[in-house]
Design a protein. Structure first.
Length: 157
């Protein structure tokens, strides 16, 4: 364990989107188009979807891009049903993209992790998403490989 002025130096690495670039934005773009969410683009994704809890981002797509209004959905029960439907559809697209190999290992991050470990820093890999998508696709296999390769413990948050 590395100490600087009596403080432990440690890194916690988010797997999805940091160590491995995954196709979340592409899956959302496809799902948004199918559901009539006109105006979904990179800027919208970065501002309203990326980094948020999944259902929060999904809800913002439906609300801000007018899908509820276009479909004349006004009750909370109907909004919730459409929200779950869109989320499940996006997850199926995401899974198919992952299975087709549409992800990239961020080797610069991997090199940094190796360097930090060699210098004695505590390092961990975490998966912030504990859903079916993360645990039952190629993503956890890659996570396990990188964890083994880098000798890093895995934390599912």
């Amino acid at each position: 364990m590395r100490l600087i002025d009596g403080h432990v130096i440690a890194f916690i690495w988010d797997f999805d989107g940091v160590i491995v670039h995954t196709p979340h934005e592409k899956a959302w773009a496809i799902a948004s188009q199918v559901y009539g969410a006109g105006g979904f683009n990179h800027e919208f994704y970065r501002r309203y979807v990326s980094g948020r809890p999944r259902l929060e981002g999904d809800r913002l797509i439906l609300e801000l891009l007018g899908v509820y209004e276009k479909r004349n959905i006004t009750t909370e029960a109907d909004k919730e049903r459409l929200l779950k439907e869109l989320t499940n559809y996006k997850n199926r697209i995401y899974l198919s993209l992952i299975k087709r190999g549409e992800f990239k290992v961020n080797w610069d991050a991997v090199k940094f992790i190796i360097k930090a470990k060699r210098q004695g820093s505590s390092t961990y890999v975490c998966g912030l998403t504990t859903s079916y998508v993360m645990r039952h696709t190629l993503t956890p296999l890659l996570l396990s490989f990188l964890s083994w390769f880098l000798s890093l413990p895995i934390m599912w948050l």
